[in-house]
Design a protein around this ligand. Structure first.
Ligand code: AMP
Ligand code: MG
Length: 350
């Protein structure tokens, strides 16, 4: 494990120099965290098994949870995947560069460690200049899961990465806060009927407009039947701060009443309570600590602030985080509530 983590602060003047230095590290088999439009990724040469192993070690990620491989062109994707269906090309044309990951049959060149031993590989072309230039300058496809300790909320700033992984990885490129804030939509294109394995900013509707009917291949529950899970990452606890997260779903008024009731209960037991609220409910409820996710009618704002909110409240050492789930669960709201349900130890629907 590394003892020193190099931090590249990207600005106009040293963009190329920093990218080239970071790219050299990737070529040398080292780990470099970098921004994408979704969350920060922890990157290494996807075809170098020893380098990929260091990603798993740094994150404490289970070996059977495969990585998404980031590419900078369709040609690079074709070097790694075989039998690419026409519909997959349609999705690439429409959504790349962007927050959509395609699961495709893999070529033998992709090592087992990168795919968790599966005969498929997850591929994505990120919509972020730093990420794309890093891939181009290194000449490598870059395997990059979220750059957090396994189980923690995904990082949306370089400081989040540093908090989790400083001293465990070789470098971080600081490119400021990310734009999307939740991880990519994952769609399995290797099976007969395409299936969404993880919701993200690109919704089922948007995908169906391009390729027709698809199915939902994930179950949005806290405790899942592991046997049924198609995507290995779906079975692990995710995004969990140290505090106990309780999610309250329902209409606005009933959610407020329930959160108030629980707040009083927890406070009377001497617990320190954090609130993760939509802007509309600011000041209707007052906890010990509070973080505003954004406006309900701007679900992208909720997505963007979600992980920062969980991390913020954790830093305040609250015992419980009561979460306002009264926003719409359609479109990108599907991804937001999916992440909150995974983080939650208790989900209350009223
Ligand atoms: P992360 O890199 O942390 O965003 O997680 C990547 C997600 O993609 C995890 O949920 C993985 O299980 C999933 N994934 C990666 N490769 C595959 C694959 N070949 N088949 C199914 N799911 C995959
Ligand atoms: Mg992750």
């Amino acid at each position: 494990m590394t003892s020193r983590t190099c931090i590249f602060h990207i600005d106009e003047c040293d963009f190329e120099k920093s990218i080239n230095e970071a790219a050299k590290m990737i070529k040398d088999g080292k780990t470099v965290a970098f921004p994408t439009e979704t969350v920060y990724g922890l990157g290494a040469d996807a075809l170098n098994p020893a380098a990929v192993k260091t990603i798993f070690e740094a994150k404490g990620r289970p070996a059977d949870n495969p990585l998404i491989v980031h590419v900078a062109s369709k040609e690079q994707c074709e070097e790694l995947a075989r039998n690419i269906p026409e519909k997959a090309y349609t999705l690439m044309d429409r959504f790349w560069q962007g927050p959509l990951t395609l699961i495709l049959k893999r070529k033998e060149i992709v090592p087992d460690i990168t795919t968790g031993g599966l005969d498929t590989v997850a591929l994505r072309m990120p919509d972020n200049e730093i990420a794309i230039e890093l891939i181009r300058a290194s000449g490598k496809a870059i395997a990059a899961p979220s750059a957090n300790l396994s189980g923690k909320p995904s990082p949306t700033t370089a400081n989040h990465v540093i908090d989790d992984l400083f001293g465990r990885i070789d470098a971080v490129i600081d490119g400021g806060a990310v734009r999307v804030g939740v991880e990519s939509t994952v769609i399995d294109m290797s099976s007969e009927v395409p299936a969404i394995l993880r919701p993200g900013m690109i919704s089922q509707d948007e995908i169906e407009k391009e390729i027709g009917d698809i199915i939902i291949g994930y179950e949005d529950k806290v405790h899942q039947d592991i046997e049924k899970v198609r995507s290995p990452g779906m079975k692990y606890t995710h995004y969990s701060p140290d505090a106990t997260v309780i999610l309250v779903e329902g209409e606005n008024e009933t959610v407020i009443v329930k959160i108030r009731e629980m707040l009083d209960d927890f406070k009377s037991q001497g617990a320190k309570v954090g609130l993760l609220l939509t802007d509309e409910n600011n000041e209707t409820i007052v906890g010990n600590e509070q973080f505003l996710l954004g406006r309900k009618d701007r679900p992208r704002e909720l997505a963007c602030n979600l992980f920062a909110g969980l991390r913020y409240l954790d830093e305040k050492n609250v015992d419980v985080i009561l979460t306002d789930g009264s926003f719409s669960h359609s479109g990108v709201g599907t991804a937001v509530v999916n992440r909150l349900r995974k983080a939650a130890e208790m989900i209350i629907k009223i």
